[in-house]
Design a protein around this ligand. Sequence first.
Ligand SMILES: [Zn+2]
Length: 240
Amino acid sequence: MTPDEWDNANDPQQMLTFLRDTGRLSDRKARLYCVAVCRRVWPMMRDERSRRAVEVAEQFADELPGGESLTIASAEARQVKRLDHGPDDACGEWAATAALHAAWLDWFGSKYGYNSAVYTNRTACHAAASRDVPPSTPECRKAADAEQAAQATLVRDIFNPYYTLPPLLKLSNIDIVNLAQAAYDDRTLPAGTLAAARLAALADALEEAGCTDDELLGHLRSPGPHVRGCFALDLVLGRS
Ligand SMILES: [Zn+2]
């Protein structure tokens, strides 16, 4: 993909494929992307076990609980997916499936990353598209397109394959790292969106410390949405 194609893409799978093929799809970021798309369909997860699976998957991305916690949460999410959701709750079944995909420890014995991200975004998209309209209708297709576009925006928040930190830019100032960590921790739940004011304050601090990188500062000052895994915030925190 060219930079222009990346900036204008509305197909998250195409973007994830590009990231995989260029070696930029870390397991951590793939999982945080899965969590972000699941949080978009949070109200459709009728069962607490699905929501819990997404929360544990999110914690696991930053290695807070061990794999055992995720295995348990994943097994519980699978039980929800297997429930009879009935013909009137297709979106609930899709949302439960998305939560399950987000919470796999790995992908049937291989790396978590690409397949889990693709299936999570696909099933979450089905959930969003079938919330208010009948399946296989033009309205459903339109809703799916809108959800895919929103998911593509999340991909662009978490990944920026065309940006590299300028070699002379130092981001290790302890005050800056503390500001960045506070921005990572302070979220609106259950949406999971980061506080724009904290990211803007981080950009101001970076600028005061000598950062003149327009792309980094511009992203932090943009309205977002920003979520955990945001490429600019991750760079400051030294995460990938
Ligand atoms: Zn961001």
